[in-house]
Design a protein around this ligand. Structure first.
Ligand code: NAD
Ligand code: TYD
Length: 349
C-alpha cells in the first residue's frame, strides 16, 4: 500500500489524474489536496468520491501549518503537484496571486516534504507538473526540447518557471527525489470555460460572439487531457529522478483554424446549417505579450518510456464538444457559480 497525494486534484487536469489513479491503482491510497479556488470543482470527481481508496482534504499549499497537519496525517510516499493558478489572462491582471500559489506554494510544499521525509528518501518521489510556456515563444519553425533555454514571457509562465527552478534546486541541494514534466495545452471534459476551447464551445451553443485574439494565427499544440494523465502516470512510475520530460500532442493548430473546426463540429452536433456558426467569429484586441507559437518535441518521453498521444485531433475535439452538450448541468453550475457550494453540501452538510 502506498499513499499518493495529488495537489490541485479538483481542477481540470488534476481531476482526470485523480480518477485515473483511483481507478487504476486500487492498492494505492489517493489523497486529493485542493484549496477549491474558483478553478476547483469537486463535482468533477462525483463518480469516484466514495471509492475506498480516495480521500479529499481541503487545504491551501501556501498555508504552512495546515499543510504540515495534512502531510503528517497521511504521510504520503509520493506527491504529484498540480495546484496552481493557471490562466494567463488572470496572471496579466493579478500577477501576485501567481507568485503566491505557484512560487511560494510550491516552495512551501517542498519544505513540508523535507521536514516529513527527513533524509530518508527511499521509495519517495515528488513530481512537479509544469507547462511548455516556460520556454517562451517559437517562430514558424522548431520545437521545444528539454534543453531549450527558459524564456518565460507572461506572469503565469514566469511563476511556473520559478517553481520549476526551485524544484530542481531542492534536488541538487537537498537530494529531494524529484521528477518534472512540461506539457503543452490540454483539452477535454471539465475544462473551465475561461480557456479557449470550452469558451468557444459554450459560446457557439449560446450563439454568442467567439472572441479570437489578434490575427488568430497564434499556434498551440493541443493534448487530450486523459493522455496527459496517462503520461504523468508513466513518468511518475518510470521517469528517472532529477529528470524533466516534455509532453506534447504533436497536434499544432492556429487558433482561427481550431475555432473554425469547433464551429463545424458544433453545427453538425446541433443540427444547424453547416458553416452557420462561423459568423460568430469576432476578432478582438490581442493579449499583451501574446506568445506566438508553442510546439513540443516529446521524443525523450517516447524513446525512454514509450508514451505517445493516443487520440487523433478532430476525434478529440468532437468528443469534447459532445461532452459539453451532454453535460449541460455541469456547464450551467460552473457558469452560475453553484458548483462552489458543492463542498459544503457534500462534506460539511
Ligand atoms: P486548473 O486551474 O483547472 O486547476 C488548478 C487547481 O489547483 C484547482 O482545483 C484549484 O482549486 C487548485 N489550487 C489553486 N490554488 C491552490 C492553492 N493555493 N492551494 C491548493 N490548491 C490550489 O489548472 P489545470 O489546467 O488543471 O492545470 C493543472 C496544472 O497543470 C498546473 O500546475 C498547470 O500549470 C499545469 N499545466 C496545465 C496545462 C493546461 O493546458 N491546462 C498545460 C500544462 C501544464
Ligand atoms: P488559453 O486557452 O488561455 O491557453 P494559453 O494561453 O495557456 O495557451 O488560450 C489558448 C490560445 O487562444 C492563446 O493563443 C490565446 C487564445 N485565446 C483567444 O484567442 N481568445 C480567447 O477568448 C481565449 C481565452 C484565448
Amino acid at each position: 500500500m502506498q499513499t499518493i497525494l495529488i495537489t490541485g486534484g479538483a481542477g481540470f487536469i488534476g481531476s482526470h489524474l485523480v480518477r485515473h489513479f483511483v481507478q487504476k491503482y486500487p492498492d494505492y491510497k489517493i489523497v486529493n489536496l485542493d484549496a477549491l479556488t474558483y478553478a476547483g470543482n469537486l463535482e468533477n470527481l462525483r463518480d469516484v468520491e466514495h471509492s475506498p481508496n480516495y480521500v479529499f482534504e481541503k487545504g491551501d499549499i501556501t498555508d504552512t501549518v495546515g499543510l504540515k497537519d495534512i502531510f503528517e496525517k497521511h504521510r504520503p510516499d509520493g506527491v504529484i503537484h498540480l495546484a496552481a493558478e493557471s490562466h494567463v489572462d488572470r496572471s496579466i491582471s493579478n500577477p501576485m496571486a501567481f507568485v503566491e500559489t505557484n512560487v511560494m506554494g510550491t516552495v512551501n510544499l517542498l519544505n513540508t516534504l523535507r521536514n516529513l521525509w527527513g533524509n530518508d528518501f527511499a521509495n519517495k518521489r515528488f513530481y512537479h507538473v509544469s507547462t511548455d510556456e516556460v520556454y517562451g515563444s517559437l517562430g514558424e519553425e522548431g520545437f521545444f526540447t528539454e534543453e531549450t533555454r527558459y524564456d518565460p514571457r507572461s506572469p503565469y509562465s514566469a511563476s511556473k518557471a520559478a517553481s520549476d527552478h526551485f524544484v530542481r534546486a531542492y534536488f541538487h541541494t537537498y537530494g529531494l527525489p524529484v521528477v518534472l514534466s512540461n506539457c503543452s495545452n490540454n483539452y477535454g471534459p471539465n475544462h473551465f470555460p475561461e480557456k479557449l476551447i470550452p469558451l468557444v464551445i459554450k459560446n457557439i451553443k449560446e450563439e454568442k460572439p467567439l472572441p479570437v485574439y489578434g490575427d488568430g494565427k497564434y499556434t498551440r499544440d493541443w493534448l487530450w487531457v486523459k493522455d496527459h494523465a496517462e503520461a504523468i502516470d508513466t513518468i511518475f512510475h518510470g521517469g528517472r529522478v532529477g529528470e524533466t520530460y516534455n509532453i506534447g500532442g504533436n497536434n499544432e493548430w492556429k487558433n482561427i483554424d481550431l475555432v473554425e473546426v469547433l464551429c463545424d463540429i458544433m453545427d453538425e452536433l446541433l443540427g444547424r446549417e453547416p458553416g452557420s456558426s462561423r459568423r460568430l467569429i469576432t476578432f478582438v484586441k490581442d493579449r499583451p505579450g501574446h506568445d506566438r507559437r508553442y510546439a513540443i518535441d516529446a521524443s525523450k518521453l517516447k524513446n525512454e518510456l514509450g508514451w505517445q498521444p493516443s487520440i487523433h485531433a478532430e476525434e478529440g475535439f468532437r468528443e469534447t464538444a459532445k461532452w459539453y452538450l451532454e453535460n449541460e448541468e455541469w456547464l450551467l453550475r460552473v457558469s452560475s457559480g453553484e458548483y462552489q457550494q458543492y463542498y459544503e453540501q457534500q462534506y460539511e452538510g
